[in-house]
Design a protein around this ligand. Structure first.
Ligand SMILES: Nc1nc2c(ncn2[C@@H]2O[C@H](COP(=O)(O)OP(=O)(O)OP(=O)(O)O)[C@@H](O)[C@H]2O)c(=O)[nH]1
Ligand SMILES: [Mg+2]
Length: 196
């Protein structure tokens, strides 16, 4: 749910990067953080464990231009992918405006991708939300792995009806990182335009 701050003439949106453990969600945010000029971004907050995995979330406010004279501020969050952090994941989805699902191309993560998507649908249900009602795109990450599964196979599992735009990526090398963010932001702004 976007929030409008009239005095600051600012609209705030919340984008959540979802996906299984170690699929590259934090890597996406770090790459975005590094590329965005400092005047357009806030501080990146990362609550990580000692092994660098996200314990709670990463957060990055991003200024992506104006709509009707209002500044748009996108707040980027990643969830912790590991199965046992579900209460954090659920909490982070509160008030979500758009979702980027980061899938892992490794053969042994195909099932984890599917389970994470199922978990996403379940957690959205708690807020009475359906995935198809929310601006949503898929990033198929780690395309550089020598044994990466064919993209079609991953899409067949995650989006058999081809309803969702998907992007190939090597987030670690900043390939295919901005495209899904741009796509989901566009969907979020279109949805806002429909409401007003
Ligand atoms: N080969 C390859 N490795 C990647 C790519 N993107 C990220 N990684 C690596 O995958 C590992 C996990 O990346 P993270 O960004 O921490 O994954 P995450 O999804 O935030 O993981 P959790 O917070 O535990 O859910 C790190 O070692 C990254 O360097 C990629 O495109 N290709
Ligand atoms: Mg992480």
């Amino acid at each position: 749910m976007s929030t409008i701050n009239f005095s600051a003439r600012e609209i705030n949106f919340k984008i959540v990067y979802y996906g299984p453990g170690l699929s590259g969600k934090t890597t996406n945010l770090k790459q975005i953080y590094d590329q965005v000029p400092s005047e357009s971004k806030g501080e990146m907050v990362s609550l990580a464990t000692e092994d660098e995995r996200t314990l709670f979330f990463d957060f990055l406010p991003l200024d992506l231009g104006k709509v009707n004279g209002f500044k748009t501020r996108f707040h980027l969050y990643t969830v912790p992918g590991q199965v046992f952090y579900n209460s954090s994941r659920k909490l982070i989805l509160r008030g979500v405006d758009g979702i980027v699902f980061v899938a892992d191309s490794a053969p042994n993560r195909l099932r984890a991708n599917a389970e994470s998507l199922r978990n996403l649908r379940e957690n959205l249900q708690e807020y009475n939300l359906r995935l198809h009602e929310i601006p949503y795109v898929i990033q198929i990450n780690k395309r550089d792995l020598p044994d990466a599964l064919p993209t079609d196979m991953i899409r067949q599992v995650l989006d058999p009806e081809h309803r969702t735009e998907s992007f190939e990526a090597v987030a670690a090398e900043f390939q295919g990182v901005f495209e899904p963010l741009r796509a989901v932001s566009k969907l979020v702004l279109e949805k806002l335009a429909q409401k007003t």
